[in-house]
Design a protein around this ligand. Sequence first.
Ligand code: C2E
Ligand code: CA
Ligand code: CA
Length: 736
Amino acid sequence: MKVVWNVLRYSCFVICIAFLCLIGSVAYARSASDEAETLVIGVPADRCPVFYYDEETDELVGIGIDLMRAAAAEAGYNTSFRVLDEKTNKDALDNPDYDLIMPFGSAIKSSTGVDTIVSENLMQTPFTMVTKGNENLPPINEMHIGMLSSLTGAAETVKQLYPGIQITMFETMGQSVKALRRGKVDALMHNSYVWSYVLQKPSYADLRVQPASMFSMDFRAGTLDTPKGRNIIKRLDEGISKLEDTRKQAIILDYTSRRLYHNDFWDYIFEYRFLFFILAFLFFAVIAFGVHLQHEAERRQEQKLRELIEKDPLTGALSLEGFKKRAKELLRVYSDNHYILVFNNIRNFKFINERLGRDAGDELLKFWAHSIIEALTEEEAVGRVTGDRFAILRKIKDDAQMKVYEKGVVEPLLNYFNDKGKEIKLQLCTGVYVLTPEDYQNVDVDRMLDYARMAEKKIRNTHKSGYEFYNPEQWEKGKQIVDISGHLQMALDTGEIQVWYQPQVDYLTKSVSGAEALCRWKHPTRGWISPGIFIPVLEETGQIFDLDKYIWDKVCQDLKRWKEQGEVRSVSVNLSRSDIREDRNIPGFFYGLVQKYGLDPEQLRIEITETAYVERPEFLIRTTTELREYGFQVEMDDFGSGYSSLHMLKEVPVDRIKMDLHFLTGTGDMEKSRIIITQVIVLVKLLGMKLIAEGVETKAQADFLSERGCTEMQGYYFYKPMPVEEFEKECTKMLK
Ligand code: C2E
Ligand code: CA
Ligand code: CA
């Protein structure tokens, strides 16, 4: 029994000891594994499938990670992978926070120049080049390639292998591809696993792998060559040696064949860019169309509103507001037109309303407004001021057109009820304000309306029908301008405008030495108009050149005819100061003319008024010089009329001075006038110019001039201007 008891006791003791040992060993084993050192390993994260972030698990994964983790585990290490903050692996080596850095092809120096050691090769990494399309590459030793700056270690290895190669480092894959496409590098180099992933990107479809350029590089972990580093590498190498090839292959296969590239947002945009473009285009087109519709609706709404404010709903004429606005616009845009502002009022309109009813009154107003609107042009406007009062902005027209208006608009109104068989004759009171040049500068429609209204009141007070002008003199002026400028072309075409000649004489021989061509206009309504009236109007309206060209041409025709008849004559023609413009080559024009008619330029004497030289001396002197270079004679007209200084006489290169007696003797002390004329004659001769006196009206004047040495003369004392036929007769008389 004691033996059994002892056996039992002994067994219990052994079992307890064994149990304690077991617990102890388990605890030891656990604490040993808990205490397994963790290696902090710095890796890049932009190199799918070798190192990258898995978007689903948000973990660092890849071939490099799995291989390293497996090797480290074999060596008894835990691993903690961190993405490298440093630009290059070389920089990262100097950061003591990492135990190891990956990947390295071979041992290199850190950025601060410390030696490193690297682990055994974890796998053989195939490196290959990628080009734009199927380009023929130069020998690898002469190439310029691009690599990512996180591959500095690999770049150094490549450089050791191919010393002639030129390598440019890029921060990102995108930058390197851009450089390749722009031809800045011949090819890009990276490990084939990365290429197999990256080249799935749709926008990289133009890049080609160059299989011929494939070579392999080691894939190692590295750290500074320190006792600690050496220890880690030693242990790690043991782990690496335990990794079987099949396991390595499985890891590589797992990442290269099973994990496909996932298109990101920009890839989709690239892949469907045409569709996207069309959709974007359609989208913007729809928006633009919508905006257009919206604007159109707003514009129509605005127009409706404006019409409501600016139109008179009863008659269709403008409202007073609308009229003022339109009148302002017209005066601004058509400031060359000559306008009148008319204020119309139907006398006793109240009586019509009372006797025939409001509707009849309304019908009359509608008829009245309608016929005015019909008669006006786009450049005119009519507005209803109040009740039966209308304001009209009209252009001044010639008498014939005025009559058309009277017949077509005024008379039908006056006879409106008569024509309907009623014994009512209407009366219209009209006030007219004629716009002055200032009215176009400073448009004040209210003031003009007031003036027209005042004129209308005047006629209303006479109890007669008809019209009254606020400013009749302005009306005359305006009519004159319109009659002249509006009729010029017709007058030239129909021969209403003629050239007359005033002979110039040599007082010594009493013979005709030349003539001045002067224009004459026989206007159909105004009769003979003096050039003193129509020349300034045409100068103002810019039509003088049309007239002068016509006159010069006619003169040349006469000169040619005379020449053919054996008489070579010289004629002076007038050149208006407004003819002479920078954009008109006047000397060339005259030269063309004499050539056209086969004349000698000397036969044309060109008169330029003295005041023109005063106004624009430089340009006039240039024109004069050019005219003389062509062989024309140039004369300074109206000498004495302006304020030409003696200095001007010296500067202006004319052939002849035309001294105007009217200006020199017209007023003041006659004795002084004589002294001045005497001195002018002396001066002009001394300056080597010829002289002619114009406006010679008496024998006494002619004798005086002749005694002082001026024998060329022109004036009523000898001849008045005359038509060409008469001039020809006078010339033949002289010959007899
Ligand atoms: P103007 O060039 O000084 O022409 C001379 C003016 O004096 C002419 O007036 C002529 O008829 C007038 N006259 C001639 N002898 C006498 C006289 O003894 N006493 C008086 N009191 N007057 C005399 P007209 O023909 O009426 O021409 C007036 C102005 O019109 C001209 O003055 C000239 O400046 C201009 N003119 C005439 N025809 C033309 C032309 O074809 N083109 C241009 N641009 N201007 C012209
Ligand atoms: Ca003249
Ligand atoms: Ca003159």
